[in-house]
Write a protein that binds this ligand. Structure first.
Ligand SMILES: O=C([O-])CC(=O)C(=O)O
Ligand SMILES: [Mg+2]
Length: 540
């Protein structure tokens, strides 16, 4: 039982049970008179929260309410989320977390994690000592350099590490005590924020790449010094930084980049199921990306890994993928190709500025949008895909909602219901010619919380793409025939906890198979994961 008492106990979100403290606890802990006399159960408290939430008239207000609830009583916060994950995922996470990040300096209440800032360089080991928990197992860290499809939001990006780690617990039951959100504040190039008197981050421009990399190295060293078993989850960094730093650290320490590997994994999961619907194989697809940043490269690389498992060579797999960005098709005459993009630039390809033209020339079977630009999958683009394919696969992954390349309704309508569609956010079902089509949300929340649990459960020393392929397979295989028939490529969000458990177990098994665990393999990986799972309950 808690060593805190009285008001201090009520102010500790981990140990505060509010009106659910029993008479005995109230007497022993000096709480008599500090609470209303009625003693409630967790279910009663949940009902009151749901009532209060029903009075909030927009999603941002609900986000603010839930943030305060988490600061007040953590158990109750997770119990509320568990009543309806599908409803609350879109509040504590994408898309509402995007609105929250835009407003973060304005709606700020409490830090809820660590702000490690550029002006503390040279002292990061000292800084990390200020975190009160000794055995942190996952840090989710962002520079705010590229928040969702919203660009550089600087320290306002803190909403993302907080929200991502809340999903570790809400989806995969990772114990919240072992999770630490970090905003690595290196300034921002966002002039609007720099001019905002309520902005909370460092009011300076971002450092050079070399200076950033030196700062990140100091941060990595400080993390390993303070938390030797910790995995570093990189999230929402500027694309080039994300790719470069993942390449540097992926085989060196326990780390992964969710925007690269998690997004790649969930997209491959969606493609595995799209192949079941289209009665085809991944290795036979031709894939065109709109957007050639970290998400596009991450997904492309993951598709290559998945095609290799189906028997293609690396070169053969890469030849099946092309990239198209703001400046048109990435082809040999372009002068602005980065080394990571180069493998998807193919001899003989001609310049193309118009996406429909590129589609006619390349005849892709799969079109993936990671452009952050709304409406770029026009009627013409969707119709061209439909002329070329019986079942065109169209994934409009940019988020939040008003950044999607096309809506579910547009994809289904312009393809006469033939498109196999997924988006980065959840769109409502669409009625077309007497059939209800259920669009999927190809969002990395199906993957990163479960992989996070697998990492915690195995103390993985590295987190290579193989683990994310195993997670993709696990997610895909949990969709039933009946769900596939409605166009669903992912398991229902209502059962995300059960889905994440299975995905975590399969991912952990893969970590053991690859020899990447730092603990001996338990007799039952399933039981081992179950034992670690956090329950949003008061001790009885
Ligand atoms: O957070 C999300 O919904 C997906 C994601 O990682 C991103 O867009 O950066
Ligand atoms: Mg992200």
């Amino acid at each position: 039982m808690s060593d805190l008492a009285g008001v201090a106990l009520l102010e500790d979100p981990k140990q505060n049970f509010g009106t659910a403290f029993t008479q005995k606890e109230r007497e022993e802990k000096g709480l008599i008179g500090l609470l209303p006399p009625t003693m409630e159960k967790l279910e009663d408290q949940v009902k009151r929260c749901l009532f209060q939430l029903s009075k909030k008239n927009n999603d941002l207000e609900q986000y603010i309410y839930l943030t305060q609830l988490a600061d007040d009583n953590r158990t109750l916060f997770y119990a509320v989320i568990a009543t309806d994950p599908a409803r609350f995922l879109k509040i504590v996470y994408d898309p509402t977390v995007g609105t929250a990040c835009l407003e973060f300096g304005h709606i700020y209440r409490k830090p809820n994690g660590m702000y490690v800032s550029y002006d503390q360089r040279g002292k990061l080991k000292e800084v990390l000592k200020n975190w009160p928990v000794e055995d942190v197992r996952v840090i989710c860290v962002s520079t705010g350099g590229r928040i969702l499809g919203l660009g550089d939001l600087g320290a306002n990006g803190m909403g993302i590490p907080i929200g991502k780690l809340q999903l570790y617990t809400a989806c995969a039951a990772v114990h919240p005590d072992v999770l630490l959100p970090v905003l690595l504040d290196c300034g921002t190039d966002n002039e609007k924020l720099l001019a905002d008197p309520l902005y909370l981050g460092l009011k300076q421009k971002r450092p050079t790449t070399d200076d950033l990399d030196a700062f990140v190295q100091e941060f990595v060293d400080a993390v390993l010094d303070r938390f030797p078993k910790c995995c570093i989850h990189f999230e929402d960094w500027k694309g080039a930084d994300a790719i470069r730093l993942l390449a540097r650290y992926v085989n060196q320490i326990s780390c992964y980049n969710d925007d690269i590997q998690g997004t790649g994994s969930v997209t491959v999961a969606g493609l595995y199921n799209a192949m079941k619907i289209a009665k085809s194989n991944l290795k036979d697809q031709r894939v065109l990306f709109l957007g050639a940043g970290s998400a596009g490269i991450g997904i492309a690389n993951m598709i290559v890994s998945a095609m290799k498992l189906e028997g293609l060579s690396e070169k053969e797999a890469q030849a099946r993928i092309s990239l198209f960005d703001l400046n048109g098709l990435l082809e040999p005459s372009r002068k602005d190709i980065t080394p990571e993009q180069q493998k998807y630039v193919h001899d003989g390809e001609k310049p193309a500025k118009d996406l429909s033209e590129a589609i006619k020339a390349l005849k892709p079977t799969v079109l993936i949008g990671v452009s952050t630009v709304k409406g770029t999958f026009t009627q013409q683009v969707i119709e061209t895909m439909t002329q070329l394919n019986d079942r065109p696969v169209i994934f409009a992954l940019s988020n939040p909602t008003d950044h999607a390349e096309c809506t579910a309704e547009e994809a289904y309508k312009f393809s006469q219901g033939k498109a196999i569609y997924a988006a980065g956010v959840q769109f409502d079902p669409v009625d077309l010619n007497g059939k209800t089509l259920v669009p999927s949300q190809a969002n990395n929340f199906y993957v990163f919380p479960a992989v996070g649990m697998a990492i915690v459960a195995t103390e993985a020393k590295h987190v290579p793409d193989e683990i994310f392929i195993a997670a993709a397979r696990a997610v895909a295989d949990q969709v039933t025939e009946e769900q596939l028939d409605k166009g669903m490529l992912f398991p229902p969000q209502a059962s995300v906890q059960a889905t994440s458990h299975v995905t975590a177990v399969k991912s952990a098994q893969r970590i053991f198979e690859l020899g990447l665990a730092r603990i001996p393999k338990p007799d039952s990986v399933d039981k081992h994961v179950t034992m670690l799972e956090y329950k949003a309950e008061y001790p009885s």
